[in-house]
Write a protein that binds this ligand. Structure first.
Ligand SMILES: Cc1ncc(COP(=O)(O)O)c(C=O)c1O
Length: 374
């Protein structure tokens, strides 16, 4: 019997896997039969296919998205004594990558409409120690790259895209990942292109950065037992690479389904009075998350929970207010735009297998709740 109010999960990994089961089983079989589990043909093929997908020359598979960002920074020789500009409104991994490299993250506030790095606020944050900028394509929405790249060129800074949430997104027609000096991707299972475990990649057009990341991910070793530098162990394994090849083949289709769902949500929620995602004319987002904003966020969330709709908050506490970054001495009110965003955003369910009846229920429940709250 169909319930009038279907429970809506935030993300249904089971439904994703059910759709691809035979392909994923075949990928597993290929790796089992190959007897090659690390740095083998599946990884080489995935690196070639994902570089081509992004329109870039090189892709280097690594252990996760945090390592992708950190190793890219190290490959660019960014380290102790250097500062790297990061968005105040991002997942903490962006900041941690800078800290891992031994450099200091310097937050820059976002544009409150797009939630992405505000190019107009960058210059004021640059000092003699600044070496790089990391724009994040947050929630799958591309950051405004041209003005960021112009400032970086003028001031001699590197630009590293954090594309962990934006596989396939386009900026002025060009795919993210190939817009700057390098990009870091995450293949955490919930991402648009997710593995069946942890995974990540650096994508770049810069042959020197590519070679340096290749060496750094494998004990600093360009050839077996030849250790040029003190490297790391951070490799994308054969099994994850094989799964990712199957999922890359459906990425555009799954992103198109996310876009269709986003369109339905944008239309359906227009009368709600909630602040809806803003998509600039030059952006083709991939809707990793569908984030609405309300001054009554917690009450909205409770109302949706009460109607069986799972939601999440990305993210409840900004990096500068986390105990991990106490040393920066950035108290309450230091970065008011990020703090307000973190107090007010709510992520609604968004995944390619979301059903029409789920969408209908989400829209109805949000409109009802918003009417009572605003
Ligand atoms: C914006 C952003 N950067 C970096 C990461 C780090 O990726 P991973 O979890 O694969 O280390 C994530 C995801 O967790 C992320 O959302």
């Amino acid at each position: 019997v169909k319930s009038a109010n279907p429970a809506v999960p935030f993300l249904d990994v089971g439904a994703m896997h059910a759709e691809l089961r035979s392909r994923l089983d075949a990928a597993y079989g290929r790796v089992m039969d190959s007897n090659c589990l690390i740095l083998g043909p599946e990884l080489e093929a995935f690196e070639r296919e994902f570089a081509q997908y992004c329109g870039a020359k090189h892709c280097i598979g690594v252990g996760n998205g945090l390592d992708a960002l950190f190793l890219a920074l190290k490959a660019m020789l960014i380290g102790p004594g250097h500062e790297v500009l990061v968005p105040s409104n991002t997942y903490i991994a962006t900041w941690l990558a800078v800290s891992y490299a031994g450099a200091t993250p310097v937050p820059v506030e976002p544009d409150p409409r797009t939630y992405n790095l505000d190019p107009q606020r960058i210059e004021a944050a640059i000092t003699a120690r600044t070496r790089a900028i990391i724009p994040v394509h947050l929630y799958g929405q591309p950051a405004d790259m041209d003005p960021i790249l112009q400032i970086a060129r003028r001031r001699g800074l590197r630009v590293l895209e954090d594309a962990a949430q934006a596989h396939g997104a386009r900026y002025k027609g060009r795919r993210v990942g190939a817009l700057a000096d390098a990009a870091g991707f995450s293949f955490y299972p919930a991402k648009n292109l997710g593995a069946l475990g942890d995974g990540g990649a650096v994508v770049t057009n810069d042959a020197d950065v590519a070679m340096a990341v290749r060496v750094l991910r494998n004990y600093g070793s360009p050839f077996k037992y030849d250790h040029a530098v003190k490297g790391h162990n951070s490799r994308l394994d054969e099994l994850q690479a094989a799964f990712l090849r199957e999922k890359l083949a459906v990425l555009d289709d799954w992103n198109a389904r996310r876009s269709h769902i986003a369109r339905r949500l944008l239309d359906g929620l227009a009368p709600s009075g909630l602040q809806l995602p803003y998509v600039p004319a030059w952006a083709e987002p991939v809707w990793h998350l569908f984030v609405v904003r309300s001054a009554a966020r917690d009450a909205l969330r409770s109302a949706l929970t009460g109607r069986g709709i799972a939601t999440m908050v990305h993210y409840p506490v900004p990096p500068h207010r986390q105990p991990a970054y106490r040393e920066l001495g950035l108290g309450e009110g230091a970065l008011p735009i990020a703090e307000a965003i973190h107090r007010e955003v709510l992520s609604l369910p968004m995944f390619p297998q979301l059903k029409a009846e789920h969408l209908h229920h989400i829209v109805g429940a949000c409109v009802d709740a918003a009417r009572q709250l605003h």
